[in-house]
Design a protein around this ligand. Structure first.
Ligand SMILES: *Cc1c(COP(=O)(O)O)cnc(C)c1O
Length: 429
């Protein structure tokens, strides 16, 4: 399998190169030259497969030639080490719970796979991963790389601007993870990382890389749970739709890949908060990125979704065919809270704000279409404790592993917002 850039100004490259580079040199996103359609017997045997074997077989299509089969199987087994259950919430409505990983959010899937590919491809040269975070990405990436041989992770975050739960999740880990508490904003953190990548002297002395959300290794493994959800459905006597709570649209794009590979998905629902650039595009045909607005489903506060380039590539920029496969809805915070309350009172199921947006999109679609719907529940409600407890007037139980994290000591190093200081720090390690 070879990879091209969505900007079409570079040569084809291997999976290994695409993982190491992260972003193509022409600024585009990596995209496979072909999306294989799987044979019928693959789908017949689907429900006898464990999650990790399924992941192995699916990823093999994309990574073959860059990694030996045995190594890939072991990688899949280590990365897909938690359950992804499909839970029936009400008739024809299922929640795919993606939050049973170490940081209680679906980003664990991509981060754990990426970490292991990076370590495998680093060729015994010590690799330092730099991540700037406004909260969630830092913990998923740091946890994904925790204890991985040959890789150090440096997380930069803005002092006083991430929630205390989020901060604990990436500052208490120790081992190969270092957290830098920067006296600045998230943009300052991002600028420091960019400056590091642009510094030739630093790059010649230190093997640095990133693991950001557009990496092909973070994006591809997300296709696995669409297959796994399908395998868990007891009966499918109606068309199947997936509702995906979306920000950068990596999760939804991975679902489109699953459909292209032959999984019988009738439709995707792009469920957004008021950052509704994609639902607007589906209505008007015009893609108009803008600054993001803050909401209670903050992991979806994205004004210029990066994976949109992959969707355009997949459909040859044809709005009409994109509309055939994706329907979009957007919801305000008060609509989202109302949904959380209604669903809890009616069924007892506790939604987090992101899952609630996805549930709302599914219900809007089901009003007009008789379908079986699966919505992706991307975060554990305890990650958004304040909002959920206030909205439901109910105490939320905090999972054991999160509780343990909250009791640990914060280990971050405070640093001024200065590239000189940051560079010195990196070189001194
Ligand atoms: C990142 C994130 C999303 C959005 O996923 P995309 O792939 O960026 O569309 C949704 N929910 C949660 C909890 C997230 O962390």
């Amino acid at each position: 399998m070879k990879y091209i850039s969505t900007n079409h100004k570079t040569n084809e490259t291997t999976f290994k190169e695409a993982v190491i580079q992260g972003l193509a040199i022409d600024g585009g996103l990596f995209y496979p030259t072909e999306i294989p359609v799987l044979p019928e017997n693959f789908f017949k045997s689907l429900n006898n497969k464990s999650l990790y074997l399924l992941a192995y077989e699916l990823l093999l299509n994309y990574a073959e030639g860059s990694i030996e089969n045995d190594c890939l199987r072991k990688l899949a087994q280590e990365a897909f080490s938690f359950e992804i259950p499909l839970v029936e919430v009400e008739k024809d409505t299922y929640s795919l719970e993606l939050f049973h990983g170490p940081t209680l959010a679906f980003k664990d899937v991509g981060a754990r796979v990426t970490a292991r590919f990076m370590s495998h491809f680093s060729n015994d040269k010590k690799l330092t991963i730099l991540v700037a975070t406004s909260g969630d990405t830092g913990s998923a990436v740091a946890n994904g790389f925790l204890g991985i041989d040959g890789v150090d992770v440096v997380v930069l975050y803005p002092k006083g601007m991430v929630s205390s739960i989020q901060e604990k999740q990436f500052t208490t880990l120790g081992q190969n993870i270092t957290a830098l508490e920067i006296n600045g904003t998230f943009d300052d953190c991002q600028t420091l990382v960019k400056e590091a990548f642009n510094d030739k002297d630093l790059r010649s002395r230190k093997n640095i890389s990133s693991a950001n959300s557009i990496s092909i290794a973070r994006f591809l493994p997300q296709m696995v749970y669409y297959f796994y959800a399908y395998a868990q459905l007891k009966e499918l006597n109606k068309p199947l739709v997936f509702s995906v709570p979306s920000g950068n649209y990596g999760n939804l794009t991975a679902g489109l890949f699953a459909k292209k590979m032959g999984l019988p998905i009738d439709k995707f629902i792009a469920s957004a908060n008021i950052n509704d650039v994609v639902p607007e595009y589906l209505k008007s045909g015009k893609f108009m990125p803008r600054l993001s607005k803050n909401t209670i489903s903050n992991a979806m506060d994205v004004g210029n979704p990066s994976n949109f380039a992959r969707i355009l590539e997949m459909y040859d920029h044809d709005w009409k065919s994109i509309k055939k496969d994706i329907t979009g809805y957007s919801f305000t915070d008060s609509e989202t809270k109302k949904t959380m309350k209604d669903v809890f009172n009616r069924t007892g199921y506790v939604l987090d704000p992101h899952g609630a947006v996805a549930y709302s999109g599914l219900k809007a679609y089901q009003k007009e279409n008789d379908v079986i719907g699966i919505f992706l529940e991307t975060a554990h409600p305890a990650k958004f404790l304040e909002t959920v407890e206030k909205t439901l007037s109910k105490k939320i139980e905090i999972p054991e592993n999160l509780k343990a994290t909250l009791d640990k000591k914060k280990l971050s190093i405070e640093m001024e917002n200065s590239f000189e200081v940051f560079k010195e720090f990196l070189l001194s390690r």
